[in-house]
Design a binder for this molecule. Structure first.
Ligand code: SF4
Length: 340
């Protein structure tokens, strides 16, 4: 994929995003998107950022992702413009945006309509394009240019659940990074193609049990690796796969509005459930792990997932940044024993 809109351009202004937005609009407007979650968690000292936010007065009873993002933004004034998703992601985003406005940043709001109503989403896309100074036609062109990259991400995902040549952890890292393509879709696609070439040389793997990981990305490190050490395979990373907007197997979305309407994460839990049920069958999953973040409103959806999914489900809760703790390891081992 080589093009003017998405090619490497180190002088592009940075655009912070609080979660996945229609990134095609940001690229069409000439911005370099930067997912603030990825920036925080890949910082050399993410735990220090959370501690810094608490020193500044954010409460201990607030999600650590929000505290980390806040402190990371304060340390990076070069990210002058930020798009906050005020409907469909996080109940804390409004207050986070207010604090970042106080810190002198330009904040723009984007909403995924809860009812998943197409005209409302189309209006949001038009508003975002106008605020960023892009035309929707240019954003559509970027969408078409990104399709080969998104198709390669779909190949990578398939190599996780079909042949086992890509590990669950690798799958997670590639898909979660597709919310901003590490700021440079062109370079990202080159790295992805090199990775796929190398992964195709690997022998296939058929580990059991086959697991799906549901929920927001875990804040602790080492979850996938620990499961694989225990002999299991994570062959489905629900939310990262959604972030990556993999083109549907049959055909492709006709336009941006359709693509972001198909995205399940920001709407009600029932569309998520439909998608998860399909993947449970397709990927022949034996069990599910639902990761929830301490102090996150999405913990409530655990009840709906348990009620609506037909196989054993372990709920894991994480709070702080850091390696997987011994108690969680024990719970994982016990769950795998039940599955076997
Ligand atoms: S884990 Fe929940 S509370 Fe924390 S940032 Fe994500 S959506 Fe918000």
């Amino acid at each position: 994929m080589v093009d003017k809109a998405t090619g490497p351009a180190p002088t592009r202004p940075l655009l912070g995003i609080t979660t996945t937005i229609p990134v095609e609009v940001a690229l069409a407007a000439g911005y370099q998107p930067l997912d603030l979650n990825n920036s925080f968690i890949s910082d050399p000292d993410p735990a220090g950022l959370v501690a810094r936010a608490e020193e500044l007065g954010l409460p201990p009873t607030l999600c650590a992702w929000i505290k980390g993002i806040y402190a990371w933004c304060l340390a990076h004034p070069e990210v002058a413009t930020i798009v906050g998703v005020t409907q469909g992601d996080c109940s804390n985003t409004h207050a986070l945006m207010e604090l970042l406005t106080l810190a002198g940043r330009r904040l723009l709001a984007f909403e995924y309509p809860h009812q998943r109503y197409l005209p409302d989403l189309a209006r949001q896309l038009a508003g975002l394009a106008e605020s960023l100074g892009a035309s929707l036609e240019a954003a559509e062109q970027v969408r078409r240019e990104l399709l080969p990259l998104r198709r390669d991400l779909a190949r990578l995902d398939e190599m996780t659940w079909r042949s086992g040549q890509v590990s669950g952890e690798e799958n997670h890292l590639w898909l979660v990074s597709a919310s901003d393509f590490e700021g440079d879709p062109y370079g990202f696609h080159d790295r992805l193609k090199a990775f796929l070439r190398q992964a195709r040389q690997r022998p296939g793997q058929a580990r059991r049990p086959r697991l799906g990981l549901l929920g927001v990305p875990p804040i602790m490190s080492g979850l996938h690796a620990a499961l694989e050490e225990m002999g299991a395979a994570v062959v489905y990373n629900e939310v990262p796969r959604q972030f990556a907007m993999l083109p549907p197997p049959a055909g492709e979305d006709p336009d941006l509005t359709a693509q972001y309407l198909r995205y399940t994460y920001p709407y009600d839990v029932f569309h998520r459930l439909e998608d998860i049920r399909r993947q449970v069958g397709l990927r022949r999953l034996d069990g599910l792990i639902h990761y929830t973040q301490t102090f996150c409103f999405r913990q409530m959806q655990d009840l709906a997932l348990r009620a609506g999914l037909p196989l054993p489900l372990l709920t894991l809760e994480g709070d702080r940044v850091g390696p997987l703790d011994a108690r969680t390891r024990l719970r994982l081992e016990a769950f795998l024993e039940v599955l076997s």
